[in-house]
Design a protein around this ligand. Structure first.
Ligand code: 5GP
Ligand code: MN
Length: 338
């Protein structure tokens, strides 16, 4: 965070405040890890802080210290609204435009609080008066670590916070392998281990949680994969019917999209997952190298994210969605083949 914004934040936090902390919809390890770490930090420093998530999050994140305290805007609607309306400060973490919180955006737009953004996605919008946006960061969790250091409170990072921050860095970097993993990321992680983060245990709790039905759903997804070697592209579709057949639980499809990239020569991997209730296909895009899935998602599928990992949506049926997608590929043929 630059000095001007840092000083403004220090001043704000110099007396006890009512604070709402908001992750994006369908929160992942980084969103839950960063909001929880910040929540511990602020609560331990005399503030009255509450995390309000737009909706529920996967079971494999529920072990995280403090996770039971998170309000679910869909389930605890009036309590959530009160927290946001009464907040002096609203921290938004791991997203950078209010459309990312779904139904909650309206109430955030009318909130009177001072907004603080901490985020590593590209092209932030300008709703926050205090901004910490850095697209070179591996994760929002790494940014929360840096921010706490900048506030001069690195010694207040306890084992619970270290575990939360470690989790988000681990999940957002694909266990320290994606391109955004820097030497500094490793230094942060080393310090977190010194502060009590249990890396092996965290890895186990996040990744060794398969149910038989999730593995069968993965089998179905892999069977459905279409490989377009001409465009160095592989895509997967999962219909609501297939999700239902394998007893889909929130979080079950996490990581499926990455399998496309394990194919030799494939640079662009996509998964289209039906959500009948919302009447949409949720889409995840992944790439290796220079091909920007952030640009692709933003331009064609009402989404965004990072250069190599982005998401979006389609309101068309599956046939039209796939037709639109495959018709776009020739426009990117040069980029995908280079
Ligand atoms: P995932 O595919 O795992 O849902 O998301 C990949 C990345 O893209 C994450 O950083 C996520 O925050 C971002 N992302 C996912 N869906 C959307 C979307 O609909 N809009 C935008 N702007 N970003 C998204
Ligand atoms: Mn993130």
């Amino acid at each position: 965070m630059n000095l001007e914004h840092l000083n403004a934040l220090k001043k704000l936090l110099s007396s006890p405040k009512k604070i709402a902390i908001i992750p994006h919809k369908n929160p992942d390890g980084d969103a839950i890890g960063s909001t929880l770490a910040l929540w511990h930090y602020l609560s331990n420093n005399g503030h009255s802080a509450t995390i309000v998530a737009p909706n529920d999050f996967p079971k494999f994140l529920k072990w995280m210290p403090g996770a039971q305290q998170i309000l679910n805007f869909e389930r605890e609607n009036s309590q959530s609204k009160t927290v946001i309306n009464e907040a002096d400060i609203v921290f938004t973490l791991d997203f950078n435009h209010l459309g990312r919180v779904g139904q909650m955006s309206e109430i955030l737009e009318s909130a009177q609080a001072t907004f603080v953004m901490v985020d590593h996605h590209q092209e932030p919008s300008d709703y926050a008066s205090i901004m910490y946006s850095d697209v070179s960061m591996s994760s929002t969790c790494e940014m929360v670590y840096v921010l706490i250091n900048q506030l001069g409170d690195e010694n207040s990072i306890n084992p619970d916070m270290a575990n939360c921050i470690y989790t988000g860095i681990m999940t957002d970097t694909g266990s320290f392998k994606f391109a955004a993993t820097t030497s500094n990321t490793h230094r942060v992680v080393a310090d977190l281990m010194d502060k009590g983060a249990e890396g092996t245990e965290i890895h186990h709790r996040i990744y060794d949680t398969n149910s038989p039905s999730r593995l069968h759903l993965l089998g179905c997804a892999l069977k459905n994969m279409v490989i377009l070697n001409e465009y160095a592209t592989a895509y997967i579709t999962l219909s609501q019917e297939e999700l239902d057949k394998y007893n889909y639980q929130k979080g079950d499809t996490e990581g499926f999209v990455n399998y496309g990239l394990t194919l030799d020569g494939i640079k662009f991997a996509v998964i289209f997952i039906e959500n009948k209730e919302e009447g949409i296909f949720k889409i995840s895009f992944r790439s290796v190298g220079d091909f920007s899935v952030n640009d692709f998602a933003r331009k064609h599928f009402n989404g965004g994210g990072h250069t190599n990992a982005a998401g979006g949506r389609s309101e068309d049926n599956i046939a039209d969605t796939i037709a639109k997608f495959t018709a776009l590929l020739p426009l990117y043929k040069n980029q995908l083949q280079s």
